[in-house]
Design a protein around this ligand. Structure first.
Ligand SMILES: [Mg+2]
Length: 246
């Protein structure tokens, strides 16, 4: 192991998810999804309304691109909405409309409350870079650049593969490994020499199916067993546990 960093010796690059790994925005996304889906389901099902739960978030939504999250959760309830388009108004009963309602709520919450980073992650990334490893941010979020700039963290990453880049390049999102693979390729590092840092079950699956050298699950919400079951090699509650403070 690269003992200072808690990583296998072969690792030359670290690929970090954003929401829930670098920033405390996973809770913002979870709250916005719940508000969006509960309003949708209440309107649709009336007395038969069953709320959107934490496990719905973990299983069907967390880590996935926005439209995939809408489709995957609604399919779990047997609901099939028309696709619509990415510019649909937020009250449209389409995949695009529901996704945009959620995004409006996220942006509103971020505007009101700001973005807080996980200090343990920032220190770890500093240590990784000081040790000469390359870094990338790999997020499904189309708001990645704004979020990074708001905490002055854009400079911590050599490469960015986010929701905007994925759309430009036609890359399928997590749980498919393509965005992580693209980041490794952009860094000039084989996947077997790259480590993935993720808090979502979909991210664990991407790490496993992409055959990355090491998959670190970051457990902020008490889902350690599920992270291991979905592909983690190692689970921590905070990246500070891996070291890097020396
Ligand atoms: Mg995440």
């Amino acid at each position: 192991m690269t003992t200072q960093l808690g990583l296998p010796d072969a690792i030359q690059a670290c690929l970090f998810d954003l929401d829930g790994v670098v920033t405390k925005t996973a809770v913002v996304h979870a709250a916005a999804w719940k508000e969006t889906f509960d309003a949708f389901l209440r309107e649709r099902d009336g007395a038969d309304f069953r709320p959107f739960t934490d496990s719905d978030y973990d299983e069907y939504v967390d880590g996935r691109p926005r439209a995939d999250g809408v489709r995957t959760f609604l399919a779990s309830r047997g609901i099939d909405l028309p696709e619509g388009g990415p510019d649909d108004p937020p009250d449209a009963l389409t995949v695009g409309g529901v996704g945009n309602r959620k995004n409006e709520l996220v942006l509103e919450k971020i505007r009101n409350d700001g973005v807080q980073p996980y200090e343990g992650t920032l220190r770890y990334i500093d240590a990784v870079r000081a040790a000469g490893l390359a870094t990338a941010i790999v997020s499904s979020s189309a708001n990645t650049l704004d979020v990074l700039r708001s905490i002055d963290a854009e400079r911590l990453f050599d490469v960015r593969v986010d929701g905007v880049v994925a759309r430009e390049r036609g890359l399928p999102g997590k749980p498919r490994p393509d965005t992580f693979l693209a980041a490794a390729r952009d860094l000039g590092v084989e996947p077997s020499r790259a480590a993935v840092f993720e808090d979502a079950l979909a991210g664990m699956e991407a790490g496993r199916s992409g055959h990355f050298g090491y998959v670190v699950g970051v457990d902020r919400v008490g889902q350690t067993d599920a992270l291991y079951a979905h592909g983690a090699d190692h689970v921590v509650k905070d990246l500070a546990e891996l070291g890097g403070d020396a």
